[in-house]
Design a protein around this ligand. Sequence first.
Ligand SMILES: Cc1cc2nc3c(=O)[nH]c(=O)nc-3n(C[C@H](O)[C@H](O)[C@H](O)COP(=O)(O)OP(=O)(O)OC[C@H]3O[C@@H](n4cnc5c(N)ncnc54)[C@H](O)[C@@H]3O)c2cc1C
Length: 397
Amino acid sequence: MLGGGIGGLAVALALARRGRAVRVFEQGAEFKEIGAGIQLGPNVYRMFEALGLTSAIERYCVHPDNLVMMDALTGEEVIRLHVGADAFQERFSGYRYGVIHRGDLHQVLLDACSAERGIELLTLKKGERFEDPGDRVLLHLEGGERVEACALIGADGLWSRMRAQMLADGKPRVSGHIAYRAVLPRAEVPDDLWQNNVVLWAGPKTHLVHYPLRRGELYNLVAVFHSDRYEEGWDVFGDADELRRKFANERPEVKRLLDKINVWKMWVLCDREPVRHYSQGRVTLLGDAAHPMLQYLAQGANMAIEDAVVLAAYAEISGWDFARAFRWYEDARYLRNARVQTTARYYGDIYHASGVVREVRNWFLAPGPEADPGAKPSFEGVAWLYDGIRIPTAAPG
Ligand SMILES: Cc1cc2nc3c(=O)[nH]c(=O)nc-3n(C[C@H](O)[C@H](O)[C@H](O)COP(=O)(O)OP(=O)(O)OC[C@H]3O[C@@H](n4cnc5c(N)ncnc54)[C@H](O)[C@@H]3O)c2cc1C
């Protein structure tokens, strides 16, 4: 396994739970996640259950009551999805919606991996390239070390070296959107701005998302705007003045939250066109290495964890014939991942709409006058995503 992020640890765990020994090679000096919140759809809770992680996740996560979109110019509520309601849980087989600190999710996975005797976690091991002579894989690490294995999974993220070698499809696509992220302690959030909801303030070429984290001790803020700046990486400092300028015409609620923070970390948001194939013999890709997506559906990590569970199931079903299992895994996953990748782009356009398009959005998403407030919600629009996947129990037919 190359890469010890959320995807890499999830697949190491999924394989170890099925009795397979795994080595995880991480380039960093330690296994850790930086950044802020991760939203968890009911689809990934099904995966947590399969991995035996539900109670560990529950120790950290918050279950919001609603996902709410607000118009950042007028303050009107555009749409609200009651994810805390019994009806939501009932619709999605008892699974809920959650939010968790990225570090907490990673720590839950790391603790579970550390407790598995079959998993070896290795740091300061940077993968450079692989060779696949047919009966095994050779992974070449920086510094000249060469490792032999029966299969290799590249979970090395957006800037994946394994992908560069396998697909040679150039750099990721820079979306022109930048995310600034910060986390506030509960005490610093004005009471009138604190909500147990995931709130998205949609403004022209901007949006701000906020929600509580870590049992409600923290408040996660992610502000996104259009920019032509371009810097790689996750840990670059943002410019608070630039941010204030971008949101200058928006509602006081938005500006008051932004004003609470002086130090922001910045991400340049990138994705790629979906591809049909990302396996080659005994080597495959997983998570952002395989299908990097914009975060507008809040599903990149969710998809990486679904990948992990499916891959491990097929590996066992194939009798540990990894080349075969990787083909099945790819066939099972590519369309769903591609749908999330492409839909996320549309969601970005909807969030950032301006002018008349913004008005059309608000009109289109508003409940119609004929809507019965007492009617049971169908959650039809999100069912394709939140219904999730079946975990394979047999070879594909
Ligand atoms: C602003 C923002 C908000 C998001 N919100 C959500 C959300 O709410 N819900 C959600 O599901 N997803 C969300 N995502 C997406 C999610 O963060 C990613 O999809 C997820 O982290 C991908 O995990 P990964 O393990 O595939 O890759 P990464 O997290 O990038 O991990 C890759 C790992 O590989 C290591 N590595 C890289 N190269 C090498 C190498 N050559 N050798 C060895 N190790 C290497 C890295 O150090 C890292 O540890 C968001 C993303 C952004 C940017």
